[in-house]
Design a protein around this ligand. Structure first.
Ligand code: ADP
Ligand code: MG
Length: 399
């Protein structure tokens, strides 16, 4: 890992009368043109208000969804601008292009205190290609650069990577700064026992993380769909549960390393299996390696919740990423609820990451019960693997 310090708003210098490009993460769920959850918009406010108080004008850029370089009316940022206006208590000018004529015209006339929101960055094909030409066009819109989009920091995209190097005056916003501070604490000798709880359905992504967590962690609790790849690799019967056979070797290697490092990988004992992923489906609690043919494991069982809770009760540091089951459906939500409550109740430094995990926490009304809710799922996992994230390297001037 790099040792160069991450420049923050404290290092940014005078921004009075200057236009600051702020890369924000407004990748929020939209339905019928309305913002369904404004957590990410609210999370950007400390950085925005601080810069405005310091006399800057703001040019905001975000991506939304995956328009793949094409303009899509259902992925325009206008509804986001409306919500931001309410939250910020001042006008937000939504322009209808990214780095085109309208953006240039508007940004050449902005005054201190003005806020401009560019159109969805991914309407530009160059965004995901880290295109230098797009970076040049965006750089013309501002005098300084702030990245506060932790959720996009693991992507070498133009607004996150190439653009940063166009500015002498550049820094991490408060949200990105806090993410890096908290997650660094997990990387660099956190209080032991350090326990990670991993679940969810993105098996491949999370298997990669396990190898990175074996060293710092004392125990890794594996639930969710992930667990079945471990069980199947060891020859257990998993029925129709989600399994990634091409990762069997990785799973065995992780287990071998775990023994070598003296890290416990704790798998479920029992699971709630069902014939289908539905509320009406016939279900049955069975040992994790005896899922009947034709059924699939959709939640960890009650004995597993107890075992996991026991390990969590002794932890001093906890990282939780990924629900323990299909929590969206009530019959398969007990495992996630049980683990959420065990993490929340532990006398430990607690960090929760992952979009669906945060959704589960929110539904349970437990948002206030953890030390840190990480807004970037993929980014936090890559950071915790010890990888240098392109967006962070660029701020440090190393990439
Ligand atoms: P996060 O967004 O927190 O990183 P993921 O995206 O990896 O988590 O996974 C979340 C999804 O995993 C949820 O939609 C949940 O329904 C699903 N899931 C959890 N356990 C299982 C399981 N045993 N079988 C199938 N899907 C599962
Ligand atoms: Mg997810």
């Amino acid at each position: 890992m790099s040792l160069a310090p991450l420049p923050t708003l404290d290092d940014l210098g005078d921004v009075g009368g200057r236009r600051v490009f702020v890369r924000v993460d407004y990748n929020v769920p939209l339905e019928r043109g309305e913002v369904q959850d404004d957590l990410r918009i609210r999370a950007s406010l400390p950085t925005l208000t601080e810069l405005l108080d310091r006399g800057a004008s703001l040019v905001l850029g975000s991506h939304l969804g995956r328009p793949r370089g094409e303009v899509r009316d259902d992925l325009r940022l206008a509804p986001v601008a409306d919500r931001l206006e309410e939250l910020l208590g001042r006008d937000v000018a939504a322009v209808s292009d990214v780095g085109g004529e309208e953006a240039r015209a508007v940004c050449s006339h902005i005054e201190p205190g003005d806020v401009v929101l560019l159109e969805n960055l991914r309407f530009e094909p160059g965004e995901t290609k880290d295109d230098p030409e797009l970076a040049d066009r965006l750089a013309e819109l501002a005098d300084a650069y702030v990245n506060d989009a932790f959720g996009a920091a693991h992507r070498a995209h133009a607004s996150v990577h190439a653009l940063a190097s166009r500015f002498e005056q550049r820094a991490a916003g408060r949200l990105l700064q806090r993410e890096v501070e908290v997650l660094s604490r997990l990387l660099e000798g956190p209080d032991a026992p350090y326990v990670a709880v991993l679940g969810g359905a993105k098996i491949s992504d999370k298997l990669t993380v396990i190898s990175g967590l074996l060293e710092p962690c004392d125990a890794i609790l594996v639930g969710g769909a992930m667990a079945f790849t471990f069980v199947a690799a060891a020859g257990g019967r998993v029925g129709r549960s989600l399994v990634e056979e091409e990762r069997f070797d990785d799973v065995r290697e992780a287990q071998r390393l775990a023994v070598e490092r003296n890290t416990l990988i704790q798998l479920p004992e029992d699971v709630v299996a069902a014939s289908e992923m539905s509320v009406e489906a016939r279900r049955q609690t069975v040992p994790v390696d005896q899922v009947p043919d034709g059924m699939m494991g959709l939640d960890i069982g009650p004995r597993t919740v107890e075992e996991f809770a026991r390990t969590l009760a002794d932890a001093k540091t906890i990282l939780w990423n990924g629900p323990m089951g299909v929590f969206e459906l009530e019959p398969f939500s007990s495992g996630t609820r049980g683990v959420a409550m065990a993490v929340a109740g532990a006398n430990a430094f607690t960090v929760v990451g992952g979009g669906d995990s945060l959704l589960a926490v929110k539904r349970l009304g437990l948002e206030g019960s953890f030390d840190h809710l990480s807004t970037g799922g993929g980014a936090s996992l890559e950071f915790l693997e010890g990888k240098e994230l392109p967006g962070i390297a660029a701020l440090r001037g190393e990439g």
